[in-house]
Design a protein around this ligand. Structure first.
Ligand SMILES: [Zn+2]
Ligand SMILES: [Zn+2]
Length: 140
């Protein structure tokens, strides 16, 4: 397990320190997007500023991407192996209004957008809101 994590980190140009390996292995356990607070809860042995710095490094190196699901806390999700986070890779996200979890919709791409010449895209934040499979089951 650790070997493959080391490979993934190195593949993104990140020096695989033991703390980074630990943080990334916790990220892999989420089946949904996570916030800084979610990570702090499962990484009690690591101080918050270290977790926050590690998240920013991972984000800069395109290991993870962030988006705003409108819940008030920024969410992060691990990028696909071949993702460069350029405009072609932008995908939509889904936010469940009931369990408050957010997910990547990797197969649903953002539409191509033609902007006026003097404007440049730096990020796209499409969030679809509804209920997820789990909450659907509870409702019926
Ligand atoms: Zn839900
Ligand atoms: Zn995503």
């Amino acid at each position: 397990m650790n070997d493959s994590i080391v490979k993934i980190l190195e593949g993104r140009g990140i020096k695989p320190t033991s703390i980074r390996i630990l943080v990334f292995s916790e990220m892999l356990k989420f089946d949904r997007a996570f916030s800084l607070g979610d990570l702090e809860k499962v990484l009690l042995s690591i101080d918050k500023s270290t977790i926050s710095r590690t998240i920013h490094l991972f984000n800069d190196k395109l290991l993870i991407h962030k988006f705003d699901d409108g819940s008030g806390s920024i969410k992060y999700s691990i990028c696909q192996e071949n993702c460069d986070c350029d405009a072609n890779d932008y995908h939509l996200h889904f936010y469940c209004n009931y369990c408050k979890r957010a997910f990547c919709l990797e197969s649903v791409h953002a539409p191509k957008i033609k902007l006026p010449d003097d404007m440049e895209i730096e990020g796209i934040n499409f969030v679809i809101k509804g209920y997820c499979g789990k909450c659907d089951k509870i409702a019926t």
